[in-house]
Design a protein around this ligand. Structure first.
Ligand code: MSP
Length: 640
């Protein structure tokens, strides 16, 4: 039987329009869905909208409309957006769908009949933004820690789910399945939440206060609490309990969520499933937040990024590439259009776009646009390239499976840059003058390796991938099994015309040479420049790019007390693995301004890629200190 893969996004509240955050999770789900299809698996991808609860009711009241109208309008906005972002979900679920209402009522009745729902009284501090009660330990100065707004004290008679009863089981389950919640930092966070009692979960609202919800089957005076209703969408979506899809897909469920909704997914949901007699989902995959200019995106700050704007300006493929490449899955990242443009020009226009167009041009020029047969012997350079391509496929697959998505792309780009170097080293324009047989081998090897790149970028950039596959004359069949062998392109096929896949866009912020920086002078011919061994000239120093960075998030590295992993905003977001773990605890690093060398060749430390180096020095008493600033610096500015 074929392997199944089931991926879900959170279902989004319909009190707001889709923004960058929603797009991020949904694009990641789409990337995973496409990747697993490439592996030949049966895939089901679910997204949708969450339409009940106080939040929707209040927004509808403020807008002078009904909850149903508000839900219809905004749900449609989400539904219309996905095809424009090349998101291909299999079902779009709404919690107002009839089959969902039925499933929720059925589950409520079952859990009630089993004795895990009881009637009682409760008073607690409620956040409408989160649609949940906050415990005393979660509250910060009486406010919600996520929305930073005052909480409302609510006391009423309600129905409760015996969640606390399942706490010991959940702890044991999480400990016995180390990757159940990933990345690891979130697993640890959840185990922290479970250290003390978690209370039972209030799962109803009296109708006299809130009528916008699913009626409890055992008490018509109450509606179901929005999270209890919403989480069940993951079962309705695949036809629980009778549809064969439920049987095939449930055990493979992969939930994707932002860190804001960790607790409902990691605590409420598995205990609910346990009470229903179902196995938990396979993995909860938790990502960080996109901030804008180092602060939270919010309507009131006016810094909400409109995904359609970005897509219209830079194209959907480039936008998706940026989202996947510039966030370390699990950590926060900073969104800026400047960073997007920088990535676009460097990775896409320059590295990938140029590679494809110059290669296609050469086949057109030297072989009349027909892929030549590689009849001559392969040399070391060809073999190295072929081996690298095959290795990159392995590396990429492993990284995609462990959700290190940006690293998977870095692996592909190592092949792209090796290909650009291969062109420079083999110099096809020289071969064209003297050795057509060798040239045929080079051009074939090049086009075949580009086919690898095209397939590997498919999950992230499906449009560009198809265009490149067309250019190299590969069939429309998309499968990673085609990457087990190097040499599948058929000689004699027509190569497509070179086209600008990524027209260059203007840089928004100039990061070019420093003002007043002297041009590097070439030494006069025949005269050797005398230099003391340790001395570099200003031109050499100018090649080192040192920038102001701000630490967005920091975490410990498993099995190392010396290393920490950082996500750092340097005008774009990069990951740095730094040896400052003995001097600084991760928590005290967040928010600090640091000096970072940003153009070092990426390295891998303890299996973690590092894209830069921070500067630190010794303190007078022999400890370590970060190099800092005595006035607040501009993030991304060059240090000179
Ligand atoms: N309706 C609930 C989810 C119920 S799932 C059973 C909900 N909806 S939401 O509309 O508020 O969406 C929250 C999700 O949107 C986050 O978990 C995350 O996936 C995404 N994001 C919202 N803002 C975000 C950022 N700034 N950055 C990244 N993603 C964030 O919660």
């Amino acid at each position: 039987m074929k392997q199944h893969f089931y991926v879900t996004t959170p279902i989004y509240y319909v009190n707001a329009r889709p923004h960058l955050g929603h797009v991020y999770t949904t694009v990641i789900a789409d990337v995973l869905a496409r990747f697993h299809k490439l592996l030949g698996e049966e895939v089901f991808f679910l997204t949708g909208t969450d339409e009940h609860g106080d939040k929707i009711m209040e927004t509808a009241r403020d807008l002078n409309t009904t909850p149903k109208e508000l839900a219809d309008d905004n749900s449609q906005r989400f539904r219309d957006l996905w095809p424009l972002i090349q998101v291909e979900n299999d079902r779009f679920i709404r919690t107002t769908d009839q089959d969902h209402v039925k499933t929720v009522q059925r589950i409520l009745q079952e859990v009630y009949d089993r004795g895990d729902i009881y009637f009682g009284e409760y008073g607690g501090h409620y956040c409408t933004g989160c649609e949940r009660f906050m415990t005393e330990t979660e509250m910060v100065d009486g406010n919600c820690p996520i929305h930073q707004k005052p909480l409302t004290f609510v006391q009423e008679q309600n129905y409760f789910f015996r969640m606390e009863k399942y706490r010991p089981w959940l702890i044991e389950y999480i400990q016995g399945h180390p990757d159940f919640i990933r990345p690891e930092r979130y697993k640890n966070e959840v185990l922290g939440m479970l250290r003390g009692p978690i209370d039972d979960l209030c799962i109803s609202r009296p109708k006299k206060r809130l009528s916008w919800g699913i009626e409890l089957p055992f008490d018509p005076n109450y509606v179901c609490y929005v999270w209890f209703d919403a989480l069940i969408n993951y079962l309705t979506g695949i036809g629980y309990p009778d549809d064969p899809r439920f049987r095939d897909y449930w055990a493979q469920a992969q939930h994707l969520v932002g860190k804001d909704i960790l607790k409902p997914h990691a605590v409420y949901w598995p205990t609910m499933l346990k009470a229903m007699g179902l196995e938990p989902y396979r993995n909860l995959n938790v990502h960080g937040f996109w901030n804008v200019d180092a602060t939270k995106m919010s309507k009131s700050l006016g810094n909400v990024v409109d995904p359609l704007d970005m897509k219209n300006k830079y194209g959907v493929d480039a936008f998706r590439y940026f989202l996947v490449r510039d966030m370390v899955f699990g950590l926060d990242s900073n969104f800026s259009e400047e960073a997007l443009v920088e990535r676009y020009n460097a990775d896409l226009a320059n590295d990938l776009g140029n590679l494809v167009s110059r290669s296609a041009k050469m086949v057109a020029k030297y072989f009349g646009g027909v892929l030549p047969s590689p009849d001559g012997p392969a040399d070391d350079m060809d073999r190295e390239l072929r081996d690298l391509a095959l290795r990159v496929v392995q590396d990429y697959t492993a990284k995609m499976n462990s959700l290190e998505l940006h690293t998977a792309l870095m692996a592909v780009w190592s092949l792209v840059s090796a290909l650009n170097k291969y062109i420079d080293r083999t110099a096809p324009w020289e071969l064209a003058k003297k050795d057509m047989q060798r040239l045929a081998v080079v051009m074939y090897t090049l086009m075949e390796a580009i086919r690898f790149v095209a397939l590997l970028v498919f999950p992230v950039m499906p449009g560009i991938s198809r265009k490149i596959l067309d250019i190299v004359g590969a069939g429309a069949d998309l499968s990673l099994t085609d990457l087990g062998t190097f040499g599948l392109l058929r000689p004699g096929t027509s190569i497509g015309q070179a086209q600008a896949l990524f027209p260059r866009v203007e840089k928004i912020v100039a990061t070019g040479p420093l003002p007043g920086e002297p041009e590097e002078k070439k030494p006069a011919r025949g005269k050797k420049e005398e230099k003391a061994p340790n001395v570099i000239d200003i031109g050499e120093f100018g090649r080192i790019e040192i920038k102001v960075g701000r630490i967005l998030s920091a975490g410990a590295v498993e099995k190392s007390d010396k290393l920490v992993i950082l996500s750092v905003d340097v005008g774009r977001t990069i990951q740095i693995v730094a040896g400052i773990g003995k001097a600084y605890a991760p928590e005290e690093l967040v928010g600090k301004h640091i000096a970072v060398v940003t153009n070092l060749k990426p390295a891998t430390l303890m299996g973690l890629p590092s894209e830069g180096m921070l500067l630190a020095t010794d303190t007078a008493d022999g400890k370590l200190t970060l190099v800092g600033f005595d006035r607040p610096p501009r993030v991304g500015a060059r240090i000179r």
